[in-house]
Design a protein around this ligand. Sequence first.
Ligand code: ADP
Ligand code: MG
Length: 434
Amino acid sequence: IWGNVTKQLRDEMSTVAFDTWIKPIKPVEVAGDSITLCVPGGLQKGSLNKSMIMTKYRSLIESSIKNVTGKSLDLDVCFETNSGVQADDPIKQESALNPKYTFDNFIVGNNNNLAQAASLAVAETPAHKYNPLFIYGGSGLGKTHLIQAIGNFYLTNNPGKRVLYTTSEKFTYELVNAIREKTNQDFRNKHRTVDLLLMDDVQFLATKELAQEEFFHTFNALYEAGKQIVLTSDRLPSETPHLADRLKTRFQMGLLADIQPPDYETRLAILKSKIEDEYFTFDEEIVEYVANNITSNVRDLEGALKRILAYAGIERTNTISMELAQKALKEILSTLPQRNITISVIIDEVEKYYRLPKGSLITKKRSNDIAYPRHIAMYISRVILDESYASIGDAFKRDHSTVMNAVKKIKKMVTEDTELQEIINELVTNIKKD
Ligand code: ADP
Ligand code: MG
């Protein structure tokens, strides 16, 4: 792939730029829907290269990749360090783990703390407390990240031990191949002799009887040998149609840990940590705008961020303005069902929530039972509509500085008060609903 991509890039760039920035890049791997590239040159020079590539050439590289493969691949850039790329280590290679998934870069929130804590416990002391560990939750919520973090953590702390990361699809595919090529014994050895088996997306096993049968025996062999098994799925075993009862029973023997969609606070924290990695500085306001508007899952949050960075790349800037962020997210947001939100919609919803008579927020009343909801409505108008203080003022019949102070006050309270965060989340959800 990379050869063709560079050929394309060479046509589109000046020779000097190409030789300086693109030529030294080494492709490391294509895994799933992401491609990892490595820039040489030690940490300092490497980070300069990386930020250049991310700001100026990212969108160009991504579109060339798309031209060549017909797919959009996520672009990851890492540094080449002196210790060499990890792919050299045979044990790590055998594990099929992607080193980018770690506990260190996994943000813990109310939505995933059980799954994270259980994963860490398993990685520290396998086959001790929870065996198997069964992590379940919707798409893009961090299951693959967590299950791989377990493997990476364990391998780092127990060099020489054997870990295998696989998916139920890969398991099935390899099983079918093994039967055809009469290499069943190799297949069994591969899966039954490890210290830690990580099986991602086990829900896909359910439709394949042969694979279920084989996995049942794999599971038993490992379990009886005192080895740890970790499974992920998009749903509970009991809610997986066609999953054999004996597998259901086994999957439920250990701990079932769910991952829920991230709340506002967690979305904010995730965005901030991803931004840190990207060598960009964002205004708090923009991070809040994204966290308020992209609520579905972490993959979409990352996608939103990538779009913003791609736009920044096109416009050759690394200061991201609200205008740029809105432009970048316009398409994503327009595909979400949304009503036309105006300040008056916000006022209506806040009044409804606080059971206030219609129109009370725009009266002159200053008692706290009205002033507080009014300030919240002003704050929401500012963060989700990005209206100017003056036009929010017009809608509330207040002046610009009153609005500014109210927004500032609520913003500060939100960072300290989780109950208020939840109220605002709920309000924003109501506001977006038709
Ligand atoms: P799933 O396997 O549940 O569909 P993934 O593990 O692939 O989801 O997560 C999607 C993306 O979101 C990945 O890039 C992952 O690194 C990131 N991600 C998910 N949860 C978190 C989190 N809590 N902190 C940081 N990144 C996360
Ligand atoms: Mg996954």
